[in-house]
Design a protein around this ligand. Structure first.
Ligand SMILES: Cc1cc2nc3c(=O)[nH]c(=O)nc-3n(C[C@H](O)[C@H](O)[C@H](O)COP(=O)(O)O)c2cc1C
Length: 409
């Protein structure tokens, strides 16, 4: 696999419990450069021209977000590192938090300085609470070295809900309320946590900041595709020999990611981007991994020929239904209806019209849901209908058969 380790370069190399080990390898030099030799607007411009995009799923321009927060006048501004990592099959942020906490702290310090935030949170997935102490210890060491003078950082334990990874629900959670998606606009950089401008970035996004400041925007933007610059960290699991976390240049193919980890001839499909991610069939492994094509959070779950695609999508919709916050009707009721239909299909009671209803639901949910959960939930349904329609039709034929023998109602 043609790995390129930029975000992961310190993982397994530095001692994650000792700031001196990080500093020996050039750690915090980017912060010193940003703080002493650059104006905040220059940092924002550098990030903007690097083309760095969000690695948490949506792929929005990091620099544009920072610019809006920087320009919004307010006595108080916040920076939140989204370490909720609830996306199915995604474990790259855990790997980074475990192995290179100082890289994240440095990225956050630079971000805080650039936008004028004076308080930072690491919103840590509840299941990762075993990392709480080591992160706090890392923050204390950075504070001891004087790196947190302009912005302190605290670790906030997440609520244990998938929806709380969605940026607006996440802010509800920090504010002490039940996490539900908010209506947008206003967007967080204009009006976020407790009404103040707030930057929310994924762990991996922030990890890219120190190397960009150190090496320059053009070094970074020389890697990748037109709209996807730099590298991407992938979490690979499922039917592979060596599940793990791998970093590739953006635009690499799915084949390059999985070919050394699984027998490509035996791959039925790869789901990329989590429970609401694309399903790429085995004959399309040359698909590029980028925002233009398929990416999301960078989860890649491999399914071999023995796997049942409808069963897998049924699992996806059951998970999303369970985790929907219920605030908007298309997502709440749409997922309820999808779970019912898949139950019928796998229970031997499906009918041709179920596929039409599924397609209609997908359209409505994509167009009318309040947040990414409901908007993206139709993705695996539509992909499976496109690439594995024969499996749906087989179930429907079997159900018709059973009905004709009076074995089903
Ligand atoms: C249901 C849902 C769950 C999400 N979970 C996460 C998550 O666990 N981690 C994350 O970084 N972004 C998650 N996101 C995306 C965030 O809303 C947001 O786009 C991201 O944190 C912004 O950071 P970035 O621009 O650096 O990617 C989720 C979005 C949705 C709709």
């Amino acid at each position: 696999m043609p790995e390129k380790r930029i975000v992961l370069k310190n993982c397994g190399v530095v001692d994650p419990g000792d700031i001196a080990s990080y500093m020996e390898r050039g750690g915090f030099e980017a912060l010193v450069k940003a703080r002493d030799a650059m104006k905040p607007h220059q940092i924002v411009d550098e990030i903007k021209s690097s083309g760095l995009t969000g690695r948490g799923g949506a792929g929005f321009s990091c620099g544009l977000k920072w610019e809006l927060a920087r320009k919004t006048k307010s006595k108080k501004k916040y920076l939140i590192c989204n370490a909720d990592e609830g996306e199915v099959g995604t474990f790259k942020d855990r790997y980074i938090l475990t192995n290179d906490p100082f890289g994240l702290i440095e990225g956050m310090c630079i971000a805080g300085h650039a936008v004028g935030a004076d308080h930072g949170y690491i919103y840590l997935r509840a299941e990762y609470n075993h990392l709480h102490d080591s992160l706090r210890h890392g923050i204390e060491q950075a504070r001891g070295k004087g790196f947190l003078k302009h912005m302190d950082i605290e670790v906030f334990e997440g609520a244990g809900a998938y929806i709380c990874g969605e940026e607006s629900a996440l802010m509800d959670s920090i504010e002490g309320r039940r996490g539900e998606s908010r209506y947008k606009p206003p967007f967080p950089p204009a009006r976020g946590l407790w009404g103040h401008p707030t930057i929310i970035n994924n762990v991996e996004t922030l990890m890219n900041v120190p190397p960009i400041i150190k090496n320059g925007a053009s070094w970074f933007s020389a890697m990748g595709t037109q709209r996807s610059k730099g590298t991407k960290v992938f979490s690979v699991s499922g039917d592979v020999n060596k599940p793990g976390v791998y970093e590739l240049v953006m635009g690499s193919s799915l084949r390059e990611l999985v070919v050394d980890l699984a027998d490509a001839r035996d791959i039925k499909a790869v789901q990329v981007g989590g429970a609401a991610g694309r399903i790429i069939p085995g004959h399309m492994l040359d698909t590029a991994l980028s925002h233009e094509t398929v990416l999301g959070s960078g989860a890649a779950v491999v399914f071999n020929a023995s796997r049942d695609i409808i069963d897998m999508v049924h699992n996806n919709v059951r998970f999303l239904h369970e985790e929907s916050c219920g605030k908007c009707t298309p997502c709440r009721d749409g997922l309820e209806a999808m779970v019912e239909i898949y139950g019928r299909l796998v229970g031997g009671e499906g009918a041709e019209q179920d596929l039409r209803i599924l397609e209609d639901l997908c359209k409505t949910m994509t167009l009318a849901s309040l947040c990414g959960l409901g908007q993206a939930a139709p993705t695996p349904v539509l992909d499976s209908l496109e690439y594995f329609r024969n499996e749906y039709e087989r179930l429907i034929r079997q159900a018709a058969h059973l009905r004709s023998y009076g074995m089903r109602g």
